[in-house]
Write a protein that binds this ligand. Sequence first.
Ligand code: IVH
Length: 674
Amino acid sequence: MTDTAECAAQLRALLHHHAHRYYVLDAPEIPDAEYDRLFQELQAIEASIPELRTPDSPTQRVMGQVLPGLMPVKHALPMLSIQTETDTTAAGAENFDGRVRRELALPEDAPPLEYAAELKFDGLAINLRYEHGVLVQAATRGDGETGEDVTQNIRTIGQIPLRLRGDAPPVLEVRGEVYMRRDDFDRLNERQREKGEKTYINPRNTAAGAVRQLDPAVTAQRPLSFFAYGLGDVQGWPLPPTHSALLDAIAAFGLPVCADRTVAGGAAGLTAFHAAMGARRDGLPFDIDGVVYKVNSLELQRRLGFKTREPRWAVAHKYPAQEQMTRLNGIEIQVGRTGKLTPVAKLEPVFVGGTTVSNATLHNLFELRRKGVRVGDTVIVRRAGDVIPEVVGRVPAVRPVYVPNFRMPRECPVCASPARRERGGMDYRCTGGLFCAAQRKQALLHFAGRRAMDIEGLGDKIVDQLVDAGIVRTLPELYRLGVANLAALERMADKSAANLVAALEASKRTTLSRFIYALGIRQVGEATAKDLARHFGSMDRLMDASVEQLLEVNDVGPIVAQSIQQFFAQPHHREIVEQLRAAGLNWDEGDGTADLSPKPLAGRTVVLTGTLPTLSRDEAKELLEAAGAKVAGSVSKKTSYVVAGTEAGSKLDKAVELGIPVLDEDGLRALLAG
Ligand code: IVH
């Protein structure tokens, strides 16, 4: 091998290692920029000597052209389906365990069987064929005998290794599920909404559609993930004795295997797993539609064998579906805290995702139009995770009668102020501000929220009454509530009134960041509120901050800065803060978020590049930010200093070109010390 070939091979190995750390283990060892640098180095070598461009090279994830159609692939071993246990109670696990024990002719008093219990991922089944460690083919399940060749699309998924780690056998087929995480799906839909394009129905269909794309460049734009759950054809590799050990081995080859799995003893163990995962289902980062139980011993699996297309040793135990069809009875407008008018679907109540749903969001007028839903339609409702239920589409059917298309009202349905759409925006808003009772109610509820002032007992029923009866019009008026005027409310016992007064009293001692968040400034979420509290250390300094000063805060961009500045420019907002202070609210002490240490680097922008001798990039960033500096990613005329370590790249060149002071680690320490 030439030196260059050797160098390319080393770069490939290094990039495979770091891709595994990043995509599979979610624990990168080097900054993204360093990965990019190694990647570009390999790309440069391959560009000058194309023979060195191997198919398993990390540079070759997106390759190939748009296909006229997907080619059929005959599976070396058929891809089976799985029996489904639809009884979502404990009986589901007991039925399966009972069946297996009978088939194995176990006596009544035989000890519990050992099962591998794992999640049933809601995506698309894929067979990955590795020959001598290199991914050579990826195929969909198809009819189980013959699938479709989706190799060039699957190669774009970062989590799927192009080369296995360690000593790979001549043939190893890994089977698993390509899926899309919920956060990735939500972001994708958010982007579609911003572009005014059609949103996707659910993560599963979106993942399946992306895998079966004819243009790999399109697939590469879709955030897909993968979990392995079994093997197909294997040659030259001794199988471990159990399914759980087999999954461990697959993980050691560098493929993602879900950590939420266990070895369970008997029906009791399975039931416990089903219940435990059911309780965690909403909080998982991806959709599951059930759990899967597999007899753990591969020897017993062989003895149990198959019934036509399904193994007798496995079963899928379902959970209640997260999507259902129901009738759209009407569309109402809900007014949000910031005046946003949201069309809400009034539904024929339907059990979905574990609860009965009768309201679901339609997001905005444009999305409602794109989905083409009209009152009377049968629609698909989705409730996944703890997110708000939404109408994701309609079931195409002939409408028996003409129903006019939904129109947005010209006036706020609550306060009759004009409704306006911001230029270029998707949302209609009520222009009534805090004059609008709906906005006032939402502002109070937000203020009282668990992550804001945490006023227990101040829920929507009470807020509705307080606002409708004119008892509370502004935030400070909350603190004038006494047991007497509360107990006069409907369905409010003396005891609850006393509790609420106590909760109001207790909420007075808070933190600066909670208080900032509680004010409900547009664009200021919890994280921004924390950054603001840390940066300014006091309410007065925040209220007086200019847009320029606000821009110095970590992660605060022009839109957020302007929103904050405009909020405090309104005298009545400052008055609210003063009245709350006068009511006894105390956010400036016992806080921990307010950091009043000196900020020698306030207003300075620093760029880090290369590797420093002792400080990691994160450590350097933290120290700089604690000193008030803003750490930026690229060098410009506005950069105050560039801190450069070894192997600093183009940023250092740029700094020299622009004449910006360059510091090493010692220089950085001196700067921090003032
Ligand atoms: S095992 C012999 N395990 O469910 C059994 N399937 O199989 C072969 N699925 O579309 C499948 N999660 O893609 C197995 N942990 C899991 C699974 C799983 C999801 C899917 C699979 C197929 C369907 C029925």
